[in-house]
Design a protein around this ligand. Structure first.
Ligand code: G6P
Length: 368
């Protein structure tokens, strides 16, 4: 394994650092052809214009990619999107609208619950299914009319990293493509979205360069029992993903909340022993997040803030800040995934856990 790892200590660390390349490989076709239906397979030009809504089904980290995509699909394509955990969907009397596109998200393409959820959706009358998948010719894309292959390369660490960020690219491309088909994205907007994708690998590299600062934080987390992650809007699913990563590999109990919901429960947990990670880029909700942070500080909670320079945060007693160089706009959620991955990785290292093979978990769950 040491040959394959090169300069890295674990596959997870290697895979985190491969993200600029994984992302540029995945966006290549979009940069070449624009947001064309053909990105999603041979039948996409026929099927995508019929789509009136989107239903996303997935498990684990892939489910959080779906939660992020909901924001893009509703705002850019202007159609409704719901996102559901595959193992729940497959066992309920769900309502099916055949004009809705079923989108499954799966790194492996073999997760049993996701596969069964797809079959169930078909039984209920859905006839259009798109698979966002990292493994060519695996079971789920084979059972789907449409497919978008992420080009992350083999992912070995059990905790998903580069698969997640490349899934987000595929889902973003879907949102813009549907928006174009519906006349909501004109040529100028398409150009801007393409430009945002073009700059993404570079912005992700900037975020990776923060690793020494993030490592310096990890000792403060290693001794804790709990952690709380906060975000708002598109960054709320990234907070969820950050909490999941920390749970999976460091075994610290972590929860994520949309920051505006703090006052409805989790604020009761906050005291000096509760580190609170906040994802706070300079977006439309920044001022709201800042006031949520004051609520935490007032109860003695120590804040660990991931922001960009444009957020204008300064360090103070109990408030630690790590900044990316600038706010990147619509793809900010992807860039802010990097620091929470690195945080989980370094906390796990500090606690001496088996980073690439966490206890009780499997890379791909093909049983129920
Ligand atoms: C397992 C893995 C997770 C992954 C989930 C879904 O739980 O440990 O990292 O997110 O399965 O896997 P999939 O291959 O369907 O994306």
């Amino acid at each position: 394994a040491s040959l394959e790892l090169g300069p890295y200590s674990h596959f997870m660390q290697k895979e985190i650092h491969e993200q600029p390349k994984a992302l540029s490989d995945t966006i290549e076709a979009v940069l070449e052809n624009g947001f064309a239906a053909g990105l999603f397979g041979a039948r996409a030009a026929e099927l995508l214009p019929q789509v009136e809504g989107v239903k996303i089904l997935a498990c684990g980290t892939s489910y959080y990619a779906g939660l992020t995509a909901k924001y893009w699909i509703e705002s850019i394509a202007g159609i409704s999107c719901d996102v559901e955990i595959a193992s729940e969907y497959r066992y309920r009397d769900a309502f099916a609208n055949p004009k809705h596109l079923v989108v499954t998200i799966s790194q492996s393409g073999e997760t049993l619950d996701t596969m069964e959820a797809l079959k169930y959706a078909k039984e209920l009358g859905h006839s259009m299914a798109l698979s966002i998948c990292n493994v060519r010719e695996s079971a789920i894309p084979r059972a789907s009319e449409l497919v978008f292959y992420t080009r992350a390369g083999a992912e070995i660490g059990v905790a998903s990293t580069k698969a997640f960020t490349t899934q987000l690219v595929g889902l973003f491309a879907l949102a813009v493509t549907l928006g174009k088909l519906r006349g909501r994205v004109d040529a100028a907007a398409e150009h801007d979205y393409q430009e945002a994708l073009r700059q993404l690998p570079g912005s992700v590299q900037h975020a990776l360069n923060l690793e020494p600062q993030i490592k310096a934080w990890s000792d403060k987390f290693a001794a804790k029992q709990n952690a709380l992650f906060l975000g708002r809007g598109l960054h709320y699913p990234i907070a969820l993903e950050g909490a999941l990563k920390l749970k999976e590999i460091s075994y610290i109990h972590a929860e994520a909340y949309p920051a505006g919901e703090l006052k409805h429960g989790p604020l009761a947990l906050v005291d000096e022993s509760m580190p609170v990670v906040v994802i706070a880029p300079n977006d439309a909700l920044l001022e709201k997040v800042k006031s949520n942070m004051q609520e935490v500080r007032a109860r003695g909670g120590e804040l660990f803030v991931f922001a960009d320079l444009d957020s204008h945060f300064s360090e103070s007693d109990g408030v630690h800040v790590i900044r990316t160089p600038r706010h990147v706009g619509v793809l900010s959620a992807i860039v802010h995934t990097i620091p929470v991955q690195l945080l989980a990785y370094h906390v796990a290292l500090a606690r001496g856990t088996d980073v690439d093979k966490p206890r009780n978990l499997a890379k791909s769950v093909t049983v129920e």
